[in-house]
Write a protein that binds this ligand. Structure first.
Ligand code: KMH
Ligand code: ZN
Length: 276
């Protein structure tokens, strides 16, 4: 099997320090969390940023600061900013971090209920984001929260708006989107083109079972506070690195080796190297 790419989604837009005081929020905290996660085995850092009050923002300056702090501290993992931001943000707000020309960025592939809110990703928005990423040679991580999202991504591909290498992130268990279950994971994976790579992320208590099955199925794994703030039932996770380390231990037990940042760049066929 291909080596395992572990993505650490270290902050997200929905959780707060009140939920888990170990959540990294400032540029320095994000950088330290990213480095610690990388040392534990993560090779992609999925990045959201927060303002001084800890509120989610897509402001370019906050991303620039977080990127700079990560480089300063020695992060070599792929930094993958979110273009999803938080539900309710305009497309102009959301697209800002692509101006940093990162190696990857997320591209959300359809409108879904997101808890009490609606996360809007209509086709014109998706096309605009895809075109911008293609022009800048940014690999989109195709975030799919429901099976229909995969068909939207395939439509964008048919319209030649995507890179040659297709990389999906199957996010299971967002309230209002497709529930997390192993059956739903298998169902979604069967819809993917055979040469695509894919990561899976389970929300909340599904983070661990989805990760375990994905390791065995040959997919790649996303863990971190964005999707789950607990280590086990009722026990808050101490850090993102702690969640990454557990995935590494399980993968080692079943003989799946962990991909380094440079191996991840090869697997995903990234052509620009943002490690410096
Ligand atoms: N915060 C969610 C509404 C992404 O990063 O592209 C969207 C999200 C997806 O987190
Ligand atoms: Zn995200």
């Amino acid at each position: 099997m291909e080596k395992l790419i572990i993505t650490a989604a270290i902050c997200g837009a929905e959780v707060s320090k009140e939920d888990n005081p170990n959540l990294p929020v400032s540029a320095l905290e994000l950088a330290e969390a990213a480095l610690e996660a990388e040392k534990a085995g993560a090779s992609i850092i999925h990045l959201h940023v927060r303002d001084e009050e800890g509120k989610p923002t897509q402001n370019f300056n906050y991303f620039e600061k977080a990127f700079a702090a990560m480089k300063d501290i020695g992060v070599t993992a792929i930094i993958q900013p979110s273009t999803g931001g938080a539900a309710g943000m305009t497309w102009e707000e959301r697209i800002q971090p692509v101006s940093l020309n990162p190696e990857m960025a997320t591209l959300d592939c359809g409108t879904v209920n997101f808890g009490d809110e609606i996360f809007v990703n209509d086709l014109p928005l998706m096309r605009r984001f895809a075109e911008e990423m293609k022009e800048r040679n940014i690999l989109p991580e195709l975030e799919c929260f429901d099976a229909g999202n995969i068909y939207n991504a395939l439509l964008l591909n048919k319209e030649r708006l995507l890179s040659e290498h297709l990389h999906f992130d199957l996010v299971l268990g967002v309230p209002g989107a497709l529930a997390a279950s192993i059956k739903n994971l298998l169902f979604m994976v069967e819809l993917l083109p055979p040469d695509a790579t894919w990561t899976a992320a389970g929300i909340g208590r599904w983070q661990l079972p989805i990760a375990i099955h994905t390791i065995l199925m040959g997919g790649h794994v996303r863990v971190g506070f964005e999707d789950n703030i607990y280590y086990s039932k009722g026990v808050l996770a101490g850090s993102n690195a702690q969640l990454v380390s557990r995935v590494v231990r399980i993968a080692n037990e079943v003989g799946r080796e962990i991909a380094s940042p440079s191996e991840t760049r090869k697997i995903l066929e990234l052509t620009k190297d943002g490690s410096k």
